[in-house]
Design a protein around this ligand. Structure first.
Ligand code: ATP
Length: 372
């Protein structure tokens, strides 16, 4: 049902050339992005990159210095926060301590004069799986349960966009993991656009359909989780989403998506490159879990990339994998992760090894665009 006085234009959320300055400081720098209606979108970045400021501008808690924020093609900049079809869930939950769970959830309906409050609250408690806790007060709930109350309260009046600002930040790791899956289930069920702010790359990758990686007020790269992970387009994204081995090289041959690169005298290939026009100096990269260690000269397969002359510097057992640190003759340390299958780890500190991996698992970055 449409709620009176609320803006109800369906559609994508669009942030168009939005800049936010605090004095001389540019917190958000000419940001443009589209969040498709019904998607689970993550704004991912380190502390201070401008993600919360972006969210607050969508919520109406902060005014852009310039640019437009549109929903379904209509500018929402002129609307007061409570007139926007947007709700926010904060890390702090901000529940009312003296109210029961059901009253906290019903609070979201207070401006709408809805008639069937009891039914709606009942449905919402079911969605966030808190039916048995309806009469409790927040202090009698766990952190995860309190987070569900905050979520129920924010969703009950069916906003078109739900903004989540580090909503799982206060939970311990195990609970975070289960709430991530829970949030994803709830988002799929309600079909509301979720914009989730986090600095945790695993969290963003677990939940979001699309991730925008932010750095210094700008978007570094936007795409599906696997796309960003497998085809990072800058060293920043390569390092921010998981661990990367990045090697400086020179392009010796460029074809369509296929490149030959020389690194420290070794010829390497990258065969699934999405960026085009890379030439001269470059970064060539591979994820540690894609690297296989071999005794020197063994397992020779002409199709594989190979770097010789490594020495195992460190071996750590981390449950699902064993993580090796390999010192290379030119002074760089590279990482290789081996899946633990019950066998003992194959190499020990001091062993000589070659690193091999498939050209398909190799990414390539233009070194002109970032010098980090
Ligand atoms: P965090 O994860 O730490 O919240 P963030 O990426 O969400 O970081 P923002 O909160 O958006 O970052 O802040 C971006 C930058 O803008 C920061 O450098 C911050 O200090 C600055 N900033 C934010 N709000 C204000 C303000 N009201 N006045 C001045 N500077 C501000």
């Amino acid at each position: 049902a449409q709620q009176q006085g609320r803006f109800d234009h369906q559609g994508d959320l669009e942030i168009v050339s939005v800049t936010k300055r605090f004095g001389d400081f540019v917190a958000v720098d000419d940001l443009t992005l589209t969040v498709p209606q019904g998607s689970f979108f993550a704004l991912l970045g380190a502390s201070g990159c401008g993600k919360t400021t972006t969210l607050r501008m969508v919520a109406g808690l902060e005014t852009p210095t310039s640019g437009r924020i549109e929903l379904g093609g209509k500018d929402i900049a002129g609307l007061k926060p409570y007139k926007r079809p947007v709700n926010t869930v904060f890390q702090s939950y901000a529940l009312f301590p003296h109210m029961t769970v059901e009253d906290n959830v019903a609070f979201g309906l207070r401006r709408t004069g809805a008639s069937d409050v009891r039914t709606k609250v009942g449905e919402m408690l079911e969605l966030v799986q808190l039916e048995q806790y309806a009469k409790r007060r927040p202090a009698q709930l766990s952190g995860g349960q309190q987070q569900r109350v905050a979520l129920g309260r924010a969703l009950i009046n069916r906003p078109q966009v739900l903004l989540l600002d580090e909503p799982l930040g206060a939970l311990d790791l195990k609970l975070r993991r289960s709430m991530q899956l829970e949030l994803k289930r709830i988002q799929t069920e309600v079909g509301i656009t979720f914009v989730h702010v986090t600095h945790d790359q695993e969290e963003a990758m677990t939940m979001a359909d699309t991730i925008a990686v932010m750095n210094a007020g700008r978007i570094e790269q936007l795409g599906a989780p696997a796309d960003l992970y497998e085809h990072p387009q800058s060293t920043f994204v390569a390092n921010f989403l998981g661990q990367s081995n990045l090697l400086e090289g020179v392009v010796t041959r460029a074809g369509s998506g296929e490149y030959d690169v020389t690194v420290q005298g070794a010829g390497l290939r990258a065969t699934r490159v999405t960026a085009s026009g890379i030439s001269g100096r470059c970064w060539i990269g591979v994820r540690p879990e894609k690297v296989t260690l071999q005794p020197p000269g063994e397992g020779h397969d002409a199709g594989l990339n190979r770097l010789s002359g490594g020495r195992v510097e460190d071996v750590s057992f981390v449950g699902v994998s064993t993580q090796y640190l390999i010192g290379m003759p030119w002074g760089q340390e590279l990482a290789a992760f081996e899946q633990n299958t019950g066998k003992r780890s194959s190499f020990a500190v001091g062993d000589q090894v070659d690193l091999t991996w498939m050209p398909d698992h190799t990414f390539l970055l233009d070194s002109a665009q970032d010098a980090s």
